[in-house]
Design a binder for this molecule. Structure first.
Ligand code: ZN
Length: 138
């Protein structure tokens, strides 16, 4: 069995952002040489997510609005976590959007359903953060 590991780094200009990282993950798969197996992609930080959905800007605005209703950023004082930090909302948003995705690798390709794309979801940005890509198979 082959095994491949790579860290992808991101630094978003805003506190919250969604980035389509499918091309970078496909590049990893190409580098791995793996044709059949599994590809794990996970955020390495507890205020960021990796998830799969549609690359459609209206939907991304809907996510932002929905997440702000569930866990509004402000007022910071509404959260017990916000003593030395101000990112309680980011921890909550990350939890609902998920930590990782696993995609089947078939015939050297990510085996997606219709319109599926992999996103990095940043909820406490403006600093360097990592995503782990691990691919196993043969
Ligand atoms: Zn925190």
């Amino acid at each position: 069995m082959k095994s491949y590991r790579k860290e992808l780094w991101f630094e978003t200009p805003h506190r919250r952002d969604f980035i389509n990282i499918t091309p970078q993950v496909e590049q990893c798969l190409s580098e791995s040489g793996i044709r059949e197996g599994l590809c794990l992609v996970n955020a390495m930080h507890i205020t960021a997510s990796v998830f799969i959905n549609d690359d459609e800007s209206g939907l991304h605005q809907d996510f932002e609005t929905w997440l702000e209703k569930l866990a509004p950023e402000k007022p910071y004082s509404q959260y017990r976590h916000n003593g030395f930090e101000d990112n309680a909302d980011a921890h909550l948003k990350r939890t609902i959007m998920g930590r990782e995705v696993v995609v089947a690798v078939t015939n050297g390709q990510l085996d997606f359903g219709p319109w599926e794309q992999i996103f990095y979801g940043e909820f406490d940005g403006k600093r360097k953060k990592r995503v782990l890509v691990k691919i196993i198979g043969e």
